[in-house]
Design a protein around this ligand. Sequence first.
Ligand code: GLN
Length: 468
Amino acid sequence: MSIPTLLKELQDGKTSSRALTETCLARVEALDSSLHAFLHVDKFAPERASQVDASLPLRALPIAVKDILMVEGMPATCGSKILEGFMPPFTATAVKKLQDAGAIVIGKTNTDEFAMGSSTENSAYGVTHNPWNLDRVPGGSSGGSAAAVAAGMIPAALGTDTGGSIRQPASFCGISGIKPTYGRVSRYGLAAYGSSLDSVGVLARSVADLVPLFEIMSGKDPLDATSVETEYIPPRQIRGTRIGIPAEYFIKGIQAEVARAVQEAIETLKKLGAEIIPINLPHTEYALPVYYILAPAEASANLARYDGIRYTPREDGKTLQEVYRQTRGKRFGEEVKRRIMLGTYALSAGYYDAYYGQAQKVRTLIRQDFDEAFKKVDAIAAPIAPTTAFEIGSHGDDPLAMYLEDIFTLPANLAGIPGLALPVGFDGDKMPIGMQLMGAPFSEALLFGIGNAYQKATDWHEMKPKEK
Ligand code: GLN
């Protein structure tokens, strides 16, 4: 059932809150031994659901939350051994707003350690498997959330997107996802990775399912100074909407089936009345090097707090220095350490101007590309990832190969603009293909309008993986 239908059923008493949550837990129980989407499941969720006030807008709707967002009463590991057993004393604002509207959090989903990765292979607690093919990754870092939704364990799940971590797993798992405008959803209670890039969003089967959660999560939060209040403008008709197609996103090396499926989706938008306009985003090729300077730089500062003193757990040492060294040395994973070193280097005296300062300037150019484009078009349609979901282990020890997966998602984070992921087809191996719609800051409603029109005309979002 779609979320609007589920909410209606709950309202009319046709579905009981308790039974719905029990159904979700039963699905998790049945499927998660092979998928490993969850790091924590709350067996008392049905109890809590039965106590929810049925007049609230989300009426006991079960949701899952990426284990990088704090939920009081549930452990928060961020996919890291450095937070093993940590119990946060508060709840992230985005989650709190949904809970206050009646949503029931049934558990925490797997993530690459501190959201650094594109496959969940960097989780210290093991990889999540793609429900469409268990040998493939679900994407990352919000791969647990994407797999949980795609496998029908939960109607919707929260994720975070610093460089693609909502859109890419949505694409790999054949579902929809919204990466909001930077600042539209509070980051309070999100373990910071790249603070100027991080955004909290939702993954669900369809656009119609994303909207009710997104509307409730958004808005100014006194606990996050970068959050903003903006009016929610209802979507308008797709007819006459100008959609830009950036040449830089259809490059050599992209899987032919991905390019073809995205082109077909663009044709569908045209048939629905959109005006298709070729555009250029000339600085696109610099997004990858710029991101992989700025994100590690911010991460190196943000992750300094995990010192074995402030949070559990702690490794022993004779001196304070040794406690730091032992705790950070033993409990951070390889990728996290790599990024702390890269970031510290980029920020160090003598290299700051050459790397960090330079990257910030190029970031402005990337942002200006979009500003220019949005004078000519209302939205931009492009592939999300150059390939469909790859095999677990196939990127082995090659961090650069993994970073390349992000080339099409990073620009939206660098520019702070929203991105909506939609399923648009399958490749020859029956793996899902996604397309993203990017818009000017705060144009989520417009993107939802286009996405909704597309999903009314197609049924990719209704496809479900086979169960063994
Ligand atoms: N894959 C990118 C990275 O590793 C993006 C991750 C994210 O959006 N959290 O940094």
